[in-house]
Design a protein around this ligand. Structure first.
Ligand SMILES: Cc1cc2nc3c(=O)[nH]c(=O)nc-3n(C[C@H](O)[C@H](O)[C@H](O)COP(=O)(O)OP(=O)(O)OC[C@H]3O[C@@H](n4cnc5c(N)ncnc54)[C@H](O)[C@@H]3O)c2cc1C
Length: 434
């Protein structure tokens, strides 16, 4: 049979544009998904042997995907960066996130706290379904590819330099999405090493700092000079002990940020959800003033007057410890903290002791190292990005996820903003290529 001659109309279609997504956390995977849906050729690179390692770790705590509170309240959680994050959430917010999970076959539910979780509280089934869909849509995965920056002489920022198991390689792309995470839990892949190559290209980057982190405490010692960490006695007995049903506020804020919940005593300080909730302002206060004092309410369900009255009640021959336990239910780490942090004179004075039970000063001296933090504050400043999250300094290069300069408390706000910024960067890159 004679082959049919090719006509001008049958000219081969132009090769699809190539996008390199670097970083396979939730932000990078979401950018890849948006790009693959737009008929561009997507290659995703990650330094680790597999993607989504921090996402899987988050699954160990139940995978709090987002929060069910009203949008207005939700957007407030991004504090000073609300104006930058809110437009991203308007395009892909908590409701869209739940629909997206449903589309992967993962039903979600709103817990009693308003937090939203997958029905089985696990990350692995969601990640598995997601990767399956990404591969089916043509995304190619390149593991053990560590991005090192750009090739020498590459002014446009489209020749990426990678360390691979086979040595260094140069990868060309028409557009690039960087979603390299923050600088905590570096053993899962995010080590903040991206700061240097981006800063060298003139990208403005706020210093990376721990967010949702633990702290060291300082306590008054016998001679009046502050000592760091707990006394040996307290540490030995109570490191690891949870303090439940308490409230914390930052001294000097007039109780404005008072939050209830629980936290944990550590070897040298405190950590846990209630401490994380105040970690941003406390960290900034430490930077400004050298320390930050939290006020611990050991009995949020009692008024100050009730506590005072119970403490002042005659106790006969009973010890103070027995009295506090029987009248107010204070025992264990809660009672021990009073002895740890108050001078003897305050313990012996009913009025001072009563006041301290409602507002026990707990001084934080420094944050725990960033590598232990749940998340990272600081990063690529929004002022150096255009609306589609494209870098001013490098047209065609986009950034998404925790590497951007924002922070939020735990409660699903982190993953929501990471996914929303992945959507925005993916759409931005698509538009750029058009
Ligand atoms: C213990 C823990 C529990 C958490 N629980 C929750 C939760 O329940 N809800 C919630 O909202 N958030 C939670 N988070 C936070 C959430 O997991 C992160 O905010 C989110 O994973 C950040 O997504 P990302 O894509 O920006 O970065 P990451 O998930 O950190 O992914 C970045 C990726 O980039 C890769 N990478 C980094 N540098 C390079 C390089 N040079 N070259 C190539 N690849 C590189 C890394 O290997 C990694 O795969 C938790 C965090 C922790 C530590």
């Amino acid at each position: 049979m004679t082959p049919i001659a090719a006509t001008a109309n049958d000219a081969p279609a132009p090769a699809p544009k190539r996008v390199a997504v670097v970083g396979g956390g939730p932000a990078g995977l979401m950018a890849a998904e948006v790009l693959a849906a737009g008929r561009v050729s997507v290659d995703l690179f990650d330094a680790m042997p597999s993607v989504g390692r921090k996402f899987l770790l988050a699954g160990k705590g139940g995978l709090n995907l987002t929060h069910g509170e009203p949008f207005e309240r939700f957007a407030e959680r991004y504090g000073a960066r609300r104006a930058d994050i809110e437009p991203l959430l308007a395009a892909f917010g908590p409701a869209q996130l739940r629909d997206w999970a449903q589309g992967l076959g993962i039903a979600t539910f709103v817990g009693s706290s308003g937090r939203v979780f997958p029905a089985d509280l696990k990350a692995a089934p969601l990640l598995r379904a997601w990767l399956h869909r990404l591969r089916a849509s043509g995304v190619r995965f390149h593991m053990r590819h560590r991005w090192l920056g750009w090739m020498e002489g590459d002014a446009a920022g489209k020749r990426l330099r990678f360390a691979t198991p086979d040595g260094e390689a140069a990868i060309d792309a028409d557009a690039v999405v960087l979603a390299l995470g923050g600088a905590s839990w570096s053993r899962l892949g995010s080590d903040g090493a991206w700061v240097e190559p981006l800063a060298a290209r003139g990208v403005s980057i706020a210093p990376l700092q721990p967010s949702n982190c633990g702290f060291h405490v300082a306590r008054p010692s016998a001679d009046g000079t502050p000592a760091t960490g707990w006394t040996e006695h307290f540490k030995t007995r109570f490191a690891g002990a949870p303090l439940k049903n308490v409230a914390l506020s930052l001294d000097g804020e007039g109780g404005a940020m008072k939050q209830s919940g629980e936290f944990v005593v550590t070897e040298n300080g405190v950590e846990g959800s209630l401490v994380y909730a105040l970690s941003g302002p406390a960290r900034d206060r430490i930077a400004r003033e050298g320390g930050a004092t939290l006020l611990l309410d050991l009995l949020p369900s009692h008024t100050a007057q009730q506590v005072r009255a119970e403490v002042a009640r005659p106790r006969g021959s009973r010890s103070l410890g027995t009295h506090l336990k029987s009248r107010l239910g204070l025992s264990g780490a809660k009672a021990a903290l009073l002895y740890e942090l108050l001078p003897r004179s305050a313990i012996d004075d009913a009025a001072q002791l009563g006041a301290a039970i409602k507002a026990l000063p707990l001084t934080l001296s420094q944050t725990r190292p960033i590598d232990e933090a749940i998340s990272t504050a600081g990063g690529v400043r929004f002022e150096s990005l255009q609306p589609g999250l494209m870098l001013d300094a490098l047209p065609g290069v986009f950034c998404a996820g925790e590497m951007l300069d924002w922070e939020a408390p735990t409660g699903g706000y982190l993953l929501t903003a990471c996914l929303a910024s992945g959507v925005a960067a993916g759409r931005g890159a698509r538009q750029f290529l058009q």
